[in-house]
Design a protein around this ligand. Structure first.
Ligand SMILES: Nc1ncnc2c1ncn2[C@@H]1O[C@H](COP(=O)(O)OP(=O)(O)OP(=O)(O)O)[C@@H](O)[C@H]1O
Length: 260
């Protein structure tokens, strides 16, 4: 379970971009985060995977407090969090298998990584996952020979190789055509179920959020102002999420409705 309590993030001396935010994500649910550009969606994900340190508040993943960690404890904590990126973040000149195995880098010796002598169990797991997402036949192809959808499947397998306790996806379909985009969303939803993995997806495409996720969290300038089931995201809620400006929002805050 991911439990975020009273989270504040301020860059430098500016206004906070996350304002006393509370969010709980449990079990195998797929939660999408929607909101205008600048609402703080990426910052929220970055606080969770510790690319930025929150200004205050608490982020607990299955009982482990993630804020304030450094050094080896931070590296250990990061392994618990899988990350899928908009631009896939693959190494183009490496093969699919090498990219996938980079998800295990924190676990195996540098020697094993440099010589590409992956542990048998890691190779078995890689093939199992690649098979599952339909890219096993590309194992020895260079990553840059794959299509966008195939590359994102590599990104997903790489994230799963580290056996994460939660998967964070930052605009995972924004670089893909509509059909491929839907396939990747369906894949993330299905994997969440199969692996009992909570998935948190930052997404601009509201239709995909409605169709492929269990719960939608709507942010407006650092606050969660909607938290509900896809069917509850009506025009009124959309208007609230996508209207306003940072200045107008400084004055007022509306409490979020909790998902039932
Ligand atoms: N490293 C940074 N330094 C200073 N300000 C930042 C930094 N990163 C983000 N911000 C600011 O924080 C606010 C929230 O940005 P963030 O990228 O989290 O929003 P977002 O909802 O993900 O937007 P988008 O949908 O465009 O990606 C914005 O005003 C942005 O300019």
């Amino acid at each position: 379970m991911l439990q975020i309590t009273d989270l504040v993030k301020r860059y430098g001396s500016g206004d906070p971009v996350l304002k006393n935010l509370d969010l709980t994500v449990e079990g195998e649910s797929v939660v999408s985060i929607i909101g205008s550009s600048g609402a703080g969606k990426s910052t929220l994900l970055r606080c969770i995977n510790k690319l930025v340190e929150p200004t205050s508040g608490s982020i607990e993943l299955n009982g482990l407090e993630l804020t304030g960690l450094h050094g080896s404890r931070l590296r250990e904590a990061r392994r618990r969090i899988g990350m899928v990126f908009q631009g896939f973040n693959l190494v183009d000149r490496l093969t699919v298998m090498e990219n996938v195995q980079s998800g295990r880098l924190g676990y195996i010796s540098t020697w094993a990584a440099v010589t590409r002598r992956y542990p048998k169990e890691d190779i078995r797991r890689a093939y199992e996952l690649m098979e599952r997402v339909g890219i096993a036949h590309y194992a020895n192809k260079r990553a840059d020979e794959l299509s966008g959808g195939e590359r994102q499947r590599v990104g997903v397998v790489r994230a799963l190789m580290q056996k994460p306790e939660i998967l964070l996806a930052d605009e995972p379909t924004a670089s893909l055509d509509p059909k491929t985009s839907e396939q990747i969303m369906a894949l993330l939803r299905d994997l969440a179920r199969e692996l009992s993995l909570p998935v948190l997806i930052n997404i601009h495409n509201v239709n995909e959020a409605k169709q492929y996720t269990d719960r939608i969290v709507g942010m407006r300038y650092g606050r969660i102002i909607f938290d509900g089931l896809p069917g509850e995201l009506d025009e009124d809620a959309m208007e609230k999420i996508y209207s306003g400006s940072p200045a107008a929002d400084r004055a007022t805050a509306e409490p979020a409705r909790q998902a039932s």
